[in-house]
Design a protein around this ligand. Structure first.
Ligand code: FMN
Length: 237
């Protein structure tokens, strides 16, 4: 995707991505789903493969909960309620407060572009708040996923979990599915523990929405830019 970083890119998200390259290029965060259900066998195959993800000394510091049907709806309703009624979130793993200036610029830029693609005026706080709340309804996706860990958090556990997350997303794309990884789904871990009857030892890392993208949605076709290669990569010979 050769892209001028200043120009907003839109791509088609229909169809499968059978090659890894296709999956990497066409995976992006989807925030508008059709209610078409995902076959159980597809999910079973996908997660069995995703669990091949590498981890520090094969420690496999994860558990995965795949929510569909009534459970998905119940958890979404409880999370939306918590988000509406609670002033501040209390994630198990504190969200980062400080970022370097260039990252802050990218984050601001992303926000502008996502709101534009969603047809939301940047100044319209009420519309932005409603959009934020859609996180908790899995953006309408029929499948909600939570990733938890009982491990003491450290940098390497986080790397392991990142490997798993990307594997899930790419395997989903290979099957014509879309995803959105969401820290927001870890904002109210007490709700997730209560609804899924998890022990206090299980900490909610993040969640994902998964399903089939609404094809004609401008929001879905939005393809986020990346910093120019030369800024982030150097060959040394
Ligand atoms: C760990 C992690 C947490 C994220 N949390 C959220 C979230 O809560 N809500 C959301 O809409 N997107 C979330 N995203 C998606 C990012 O905004 C997105 O990956 C980034 O802007 C790059 O865009 P792309 O995924 O479309 O390529 C998250 C991504 C990651 C990797």
């Amino acid at each position: 995707m050769s892209a001028d970083a200043n120009e907003t890119q839109y791509i088609d998200i229909d169809g499968e991505a059978p090659r890894v390259d296709d999956a990497v290029l066409s995976r992006h965060s989807i925030r508008d789903y059709s209610n078409r259900p995902v076959p159980r066998e597809t999910l079973e195959e996908l997660f069995e493969l995703a669990l091949r993800a590498p981890s520090w000394k094969n420690s496999q510091p994860w558990r995965i909960y795949v929510l569909t049907g009534a459970t998905r709806d119940r958890v979404a309703a409880s999370l939306v309620k918590a988000a509406r009624e609670t002033q501040s979130s209390q994630p198990d793993f504190e969200w980062p407060a400080a970022y370097p200036a260039d990252a802050r610029r990218r984050m601001f830029d992303l926000g502008m572009r996502v709101y534009e693609a969603a047809g939301i005026e940047r100044k319209d706080k009420a519309a932005r708040d409603e959009f934020m709340l859609r996180n908790f309804n899995f953006f309408g996706a029929p499948v909600g996923v939570f990733i938890t860990t009982t491990f003491e958090p450290n940098y390497y556990v986080a790397l392991d979990l990142g490997c798993l997350l990307e594997s899930i997303m790419l395997l989903a794309r290979a099957r014509g599915l879309a995803t959105c990884p969401q820290a927001a789904l870890g904002a109210f871990p007490e709700v997730v523990r209560r609804e899924l009857a998890l022990s206090d030892a299980e900490r909610v890392v993040c969640g994902l929405s998964m399903g089939y993208a609404t094809p004609d949605s401008k929001l879905n076709r939005f393809h986020s830019p990346r910093a120019p290669l030369a800024e982030l990569l150097q060959f040394r010979e």
